[in-house]
Design a protein around this ligand. Structure first.
Ligand SMILES: NC(=O)C1=CN([C@@H]2O[C@H](COP(=O)(O)OP(=O)(O)OC[C@H]3O[C@@H](n4cnc5c(N)ncnc54)[C@H](O)[C@@H]3O)[C@@H](O)[C@H]2O)[C@@H](O)CC1
Ligand SMILES: [K+]
Length: 499
């Protein structure tokens, strides 16, 4: 499902209006959708609408009018004088026949529900003064809160808190989600998110051409790999995972098991001499192969059947790992660079990015967590400290020439071609030692099956999040590959694939 910035949403409104949908009709639909959600939340109790002076407040007036018509006890507090309302908001306020209370915090009372219609997409500066006091009072009131379009104080495009922001129980937004409904901290302030149809036709998207999508199966269903009945394991690729030395081999083994469970036909751990014993003793379905430094690695990769490679988990930081990465880039298998493979280039990011661009290989994925990202893209992060996660990852993809996957509760995947996805399905207990190693392996396993890199990254992230739910609280990284069959089974059911 597409995600629209507030600018793109404005364009959607304009295109819908130009195609014959009156702006006020859109507001009426929006207000009705808010009223529907409010009825579910408030039951029969009194409802307070806190309205701002723009069209978000207009939606609030429409909802108030609708709810009063349905027999609810509704009152409205307005941030400004009624006379200063303009356009559709003024029209909406005219329809409200009840009292409008001045912006007095004591008027909040003890409603069964507060509808937050202070600011939506038009928030364009930090919240201070009366609106700030109002938002703080709403948060302190204790009543459930239904936010209109966005929790007031949240920037719709970045998800940032502009000084202070409403913490909603539920948010009703219109036509499509905005980045703030998925990116933190915005997502936390939204509560549940409902997307309401307000009469804007999907046709407007042909003109807007949004490049950001929610990372859900509908988005990548077409790229999801399904083993063929007449296929064999060699048709599902051979992923290789580079092991660290004797003191750090576990990460590569976790990664390898992730690759195998994600469906790679064959998986090999490439092991330095000193770690051969440890690796062979702890692996069965995953194969182990001796690898002597970068020269040995280059020789192994001349076998083109080894079509996907993961470097980073437990690899160690320094020149040796840098040499392995540059060797893999030159050999051009589909490639996941994770953890130490990224940190090894913290002082020389340009060398990595140039090597990536020189290969012309578009199947390269960098999978940093926030710390690794800051180290690798420090120049860019320092220059633009206020960019949202989405903007930062997009810029990093452009700068590096690779697909960049920035991990977190709102994992963003961005491609140098501009596409990006945001995932919102990761449970908090997924942030545990070794979890990222499994993720990089899963993506390697998908690459081995021939899934294009951007899709492989998105599918890997989503399945990893689902595996987190499947394993539940208390999970450790070892659990993640083991619950993948359950996740895959549900996906097969959802896609109607026989098995
Ligand atoms: N454009 C449309 O056709 C539609 C818009 N809709 C609603 O309209 C909203 C957007 O309306 P607007 O563009 O009027 O914007 P808002 O209603 O979100 O806010 C704009 C008003 O708030 C003021 N403002 C912004 N930041 C402030 C701050 N920090 N402190 C104090 N005042 C501040 C602005 O000066 C302006 O008066 C959407 O979020 C949605 O709720 C819906 O009615 C659907 C249709
Ligand atoms: K709002």
């Amino acid at each position: 499902m597409e995600i629209l910035t507030t600018g793109e949403m404005e364009q959607a409104d304009r295109l819908a209006i130009a195609a014959g949908a009156p702006g006020f009709a859109l507001m009426l639909h929006a207000g009705q959708a808010v009223a529907d959600a409010a009825t579910d939340l408030a039951g029969q109790g009194p409802i307070l609408v806190a309205a701002g002076c723009g069209n978000n407040g207009g939606d609030g007036f429409v909802a108030a009018t609708e709810l009063a018509a349905r027999g609810h006890d509704v009152s409205v507090i307005l941030l400004c004088g009624r006379d200063s309302l303009k356009g559709d908001a003024a029209l909406a306020a005219k329809g409200w026949k009840g009292r409008v209370l001045p912006c007095d915090l004591s008027a909040l009372g003890s409603p069964a529900l507060i509808i937050d219609a202070l600011f939506g997409a038009g928030l364009n500066r930090p919240v201070t003064g009366d609106p700030q006091a109002m938002i703080e009072a709403i948060n302190a009131n204790g009543a459930p809160v239904l936010s209109v379009d966005l929790p007031s104080g949240i920037n719709g495009t970045t998800g940032a808190i502009m000084g202070v922001a409403v913490r909603a129980t539920e948010t009703v937004t219109f036509f499509r989600k905005k980045p703030a409904h998925l990116l933190l901290p915005g997502r936390i302030h939204c509560g549940r998110v409902r997307v309401a149809d307000i009469g804007i036709s999907d046709v407007v998207l042909d003109k807007i051409r949004p490049a950001t999508f929610e990372n859900i199966p509908d988005y990548w269903q077409g790229a999801f790999p399904v083993p063929r009945i007449d296929g064999h394991k060699y048709a599902r690729g051979h992923a290789v995972i580079v092991s660290g030395d004797l003191t750090s081999t576990g990460a590569a083994r976790l990664s390898a098991r992730g690759a195998l469970r994600a469906g790679a036909g064959l998986v090999s751990v490439l092991s330095p001499d000193d770690a051969l014993g440890a690796n062979t003793a702890s692996l069965t379905a995953v194969m182990v192969r001796r690898m002597n430094g970068a020269a040995g690695f280059a020789e192994i990769l001349t076998d083109r059947r080894l079509n996907a490679c993961v470097i980073g988990p437990g690899a160690g930081v320094g020149e040796e790992t840098r040499a392995l990465v540059l060797t893999a880039l030159a050999a051009k298998p589909a490639l996941v660079l994770d953890a130490d493979a990224l940190t090894s280039f913290a002082d020389l990011p340009a060398r990595l990015f140039e090597a990536i661009k020189e290969t012309g290989n578009t199947d390269i994925i960098l999978t940093p967590h926030e710390g690794e990202f800051r180290r690798l893209f420090s120049e860019m992060s320092n220059k633009h400290p206020l960019r949202s996660k989405l903007e930062r990852v997009r810029a990093a993809a452009g700068r590096s020439g690779a697909i960049v996957l920035l991990k977190g509760p709102d994992t963003v995947v961005a491609s140098p071609d501009g596409r990006a996805t945001i995932a919102a399905n990761a449970p908090p207990w997924l942030a545990t030692a070794g979890s990222g190693d499994v993720l990089s392996g899963m993506i390697g396993g998908l690459l081995a099956q021939g899934v294009p890199a951007f899709d492989a990254a998105c599918i890997g992230v989503w399945m990893h999040g689902e595996a987190g739910h499947e394993a539940g609280p208390g999970l450790i990284a070892e659990d993640l590959p083991e619950v993948l069959p359950a996740v895959l089974r549900r996906l097969y059911d959802r896609f109607g694939i026989d098995y």
